[in-house]
Ligand binder design. Structure first.
Ligand SMILES: Nc1ncnc2c1ncn2[C@@H]1O[C@H](COP(=O)(O)OP(=O)(O)OP(=O)(O)O)[C@@H](O)[C@H]1O
Ligand SMILES: [Mg+2]
Length: 365
């Protein structure tokens, strides 16, 4: 058997592509800790997200390349790890938060909060460090959806300033106005107060290191959206819609808002929620009660990715009300949220590899 060298191994691995980033693993700098001992080869493949849906495929492609191009006697030990990418280097605010992701919709009640909560929990379950800001100051839903309505965040002093400590639930760091003000008080909030509450969530909260900070936005295109894009560079936005025409028309406005040249926040994709009805006892039957294909058509029209469909299922509503996100269960509904989280992580990685930094929006008076 010819000697196995690092050069031979790297040459073989340079024929394996990351299917999303469309470059080989060696040029992408994804191979680390390469060790060779006789016919034993071990190394790590550092992916761009722990939620990578292609993890197993990439691993198999590496094994095949080594077997075919280096030696049939090779005994490879491949560790699949990750280091989430960011375009937010040197950000003055939240420097250790790698990606800020806005979850928006045009129309109210289409399931933004449900989608945001399940995405957050799913990404955390897959090993990412995740935070979720409930930016719906007038109608917070995070406390209910995470079953922590009666919790109060702690306060710590950092460099002479009082900072809020987020609540942790199901592996996600959470902040919501619902933790700070009693629910029946929220109605008296005015627009500027709501914006300053969001600013506090961004600047006066101890988030620590996060891979993904999701922002559950209120419906429509409000001051809160502007406050967000003016305060921090946003990696991208997820737009949630249901398949009805009225919701899709409003979702278009949401997509158009992020795409405006002055805002210029990349749309990471469209989520079609309540896409079809599936009776729990007949999981293979799909009834497109609100129409079919609307989300995908919208994505095609605006040339943005289509992230996936979530069915309308009674248990999703119950999970939200009971404070136990649907993705924590072990059923087809959980799988649809899990796949959605993988699509999102994939789009974040692609965006970070291919696009320019998002700039903070400056509004001139
Ligand atoms: N896929 C689904 N299947 C069943 N019920 C759902 C689904 N998605 C959301 N719901 C339910 O629909 C209602 C509205 O959802 P949610 O609060 O997530 O919407 P929203 O867009 O955040 O609303 P708002 O605009 O008020 O913030 C909730 O009762 C939720 O449990
Ligand atoms: Mg909501």
């Amino acid at each position: 058997m010819a000697e196995i060298t690092k050069e031979l191994v790297l040459k073989a691995l340079s024929t394996v592509e990351d299917p999303d980033l469309k470059k080989d693993l060696v040029s992408l700098g994804m191979i680390e800790d390469l060790k060779i001992d006789g016919n034993k080869v071990s190394f790590s493949v550092v992916l761009t997200t722990p939620a990578c849906p292609l993890k197993e495929i990439i691993k198999r492609n590496c094994e095949n390349a080594l077997f075919e191009q280096v030696s049939e006697d090779i005994d490879s030990d491949i560790f699949m790890t990750s280091n989430v990418t960011t375009i937010r280097d040197n950000a003055p605010l939240l420097p250790s938060v790698k990606n800020i992701i806005a979850v928006a919709s045009g129309k109210g009640g289409v399931g933004k909060s449900t989608v945001a909560a399940n995405l957050a929990v799913s990404l955390a379950k897959k090993g990412a460090k995740v935070g979720l800001i409930d930016a719906d100051i007038f109608g917070p839903s995070v406390p209910t959806m995470f079953n922590c309505e009666h919790e109060q965040p702690g306060v710590v002093e950092r460099m002479g300033k009082n900072m809020i400590v987020p609540i942790q639930q199901y592996g996600v760091k959470l902040i919501s106005i619902g933790f700070l003000a009693p629910a029946d008080n929220a109605v008296v909030w005015r627009g500027p107060m709501a914006s300053s509450a969001l600013k506090q969530f961004l600047s006066d909260t101890v988030w620590g290191e996060l891979d993904y900070l999701l922002i559950d936005l209120p419906p429509g295109t409000s001051d809160i959206h502007l406050t967000l894009v003016q305060s921090v560079p946003v990696t991208g936005a997820v737009v949630v819609s249901t398949p009805q025409k009225v919701a899709l028309i409003d979702a278009q406005k949401g997509v158009a808002m992020f795409k405006q040249p002055q805002i210029n926040v990349p749309v990471l994709g469209i989520v079609e929620n309540m896409a079809y009805f599936t009776p729990e006892e007949l999981p293979n039957n799909k009834y497109y009660i609100f129409g079919e294909g609307g989300g995908r058509n919208l994505a095609e029209k605006f040339d943005v990715p289509f992230l996936g469909q979530i069915p309308i299922v009674q248990s999703i509503r119950e999970s939200g009300d009971n404070g136990y996100p649907a993705v924590l269960k072990d059923d087809v509904t959980a799988a649809s949220f899990s796949e959605l989280a993988e699509s999102l992580a994939q789009q974040v990685a692609i965006r970070n590899a291919n696009q320019d930094k998002t700039k903070v929006v400056e509004i001139k008076a």
